[in-house]
Design a protein around this ligand. Structure first.
Ligand SMILES: *Cc1c(COP(=O)(O)O)cnc(C)c1O
Length: 392
């Protein structure tokens, strides 16, 4: 009997090691891992550059607290701000802490402007921003909030429709006390649904008009996953606040909030903090992840290989139009939407040694490492085709 709490429905596999795109189970089976810790291991398992960076730091100093200057964090923050819209960064340990901090920054911004009543955040029904008390009520899903009342106030929900208009009720939801709109650029858990560029532009326009802030949650779709460093870049929209996590740590727990100096100004000393956030060990690994992802040609290659992957997946879809409904996503954040519940399909893939994971709306989520090889993509395609062929 496991002594662990029962809040996970775990698959009956344990692994003894990983290498790149592959995982090796304790009973000697080799799997092509297109879960990668749920979009976390952006550079695959046991990446030599990350191991080296981690080991190098591990023999120096792990943790000192934010009472002191942390040069590795200064460096990572500077690199993130040079690469993106952001002027300032603060570090957390996870995605949900990053989204919480994003909410805090938005509220604090209006507080510091003498408008403390502007504190409500608009989010999309069915979105995902993490599992802390505030984050579950931010997304408002019944499944996540059930039994965890009282309800945390301060969130208003809008619909994101597959039809047009995409945001039918958004204008009526913005009130005098609205501080920000917070959305995932690509909804991950919600079924790999991308917010079209036009709609992102529309959100920016409304935020400008109403003088409220735009928060784009890039915890899952950011750090190269979409083929751009941030998924919103393709729209040319500039957000005010962006929480990140998952891919930036390459497997080490690391989150951050990126923001413009306009909003960062309100975060004075003592206004927010984290004991672990931004420690030298995490920062060294984060820097090592950026070394790879910011290498010339790296993201171009993500775009190239993902284009091929999407093309081939669409061919499979054409061959099995009764099984696969839609190929979703951008870059290497890929969703295979089925007509029926995806559980059996995912199990069949697993039986054929390909690991994938579910998302809402019958979606099979496929998350290769960003440095995946073409031969590995071809292997996955072969397995997916085989499972389609045998699927009843
Ligand atoms: C995973 C995720 C989170 C939460 O991250 P944790 O590290 O699990 O707390 C928040 N937002 C999005 C979009 C995510 O995909």
């Amino acid at each position: 009997m496991s002594a662990l709490a029962k809040n996970y429905n775990r698959r009956k596999i344990a692994f003894k090691k990983g290498k790149g795109s592959f995982l090796y189970s304790v009973n000697g089976k080799k799997y092509l891992d297109f879960v990668q810790g749920i979009a976390v291991n952006s550079l695959g398992h046991a990446n030599p550059h990350l191991i080296k960076a981690m080991n190098k730091q591990a023999i120096k100093v792990w943790h000192v607290s934010n009472a002191f200057i942390i040069p590795e964090g200064e460096k990572l923050a500077k690199r993130l701000s040079q690469k993106t819209f952001a002027d300032n960064v603060f570090f957390q340990n996870s995605g949900t802490e990053a989204t919480e901090a994003a909410i805090k920054v938005a509220r604090r911004y209006f507080y510091s402007k003498g408008k403390p009543h502007k504190n409500r955040i608009i989010t999309i029904k069915g979105s995902f921003h993490g599992r802390t008390i505030a984050a579950i009520f931010a997304s408002g899903s019944k499944k996540m909030t059930e039994g965890f009342g009282p309800k945390v106030p301060g969130f208003d929900h809008i619909d994101f429709k597959d039809s047009k208009p995409r945001f039918p009720n958004i204008r009526s939801k913005i009130k005098k006390n609205t501080a920000a709109i917070m959305v995932e650029t690509i909804m991950g858990e919600g079924g790999i649904k991308s917010i079209p560029n036009k709609c992102l532009k529309y959100l920016r326009k409304i935020c400008n008009e109403k003088k409220i802030l735009l928060i784009l949650d890039e915890v899952q779709c950011g750090i190269g996953r979409s083929g751009d460093f941030f998924a919103f870049e393709r729209s040319k929209v500039k957000p005010d606040i962006v929480p990140i996590a998952k891919g930036i740590g390459g497997g080490f727990p690391l989150g951050a909030v990126l923001m413009t100096k306009k909003v960062a100004k309100s975060m004075s000393p003592g206004s927010h903090g984290s004991t672990f956030g931004g420690n030298p060990l995490a920062m060294s690994v984060g820097n090592a992840v950026l070394d790879q992802i910011l290498k010339r040609g790296f993201l171009k290659n993500v775009r190239k290989i993902s284009k091929y992957f999407h093309l081939e997946l669409n061919k499979i879809k054409q061959g099995y139009p009764k099984i696969i409904k839609e190929i979703r996503g951008n870059g290497l954040l890929v969703g295979l939407q089925l007509y029926n519940n995806q559980t059996k399909f995912i199990k069949k893939l697993e039986d054929n040694k390909l690991l994938t994971i579910r998302a809402a709306e019958n979606v099979v989520r496929i998350l290769p490492p960003l440095n995946v090889k073409k031969s590995e993509i071809n292997l996955a395609l072969k397995i997916i085709k085989k499972v389609c062929k045998e699927y009843k």
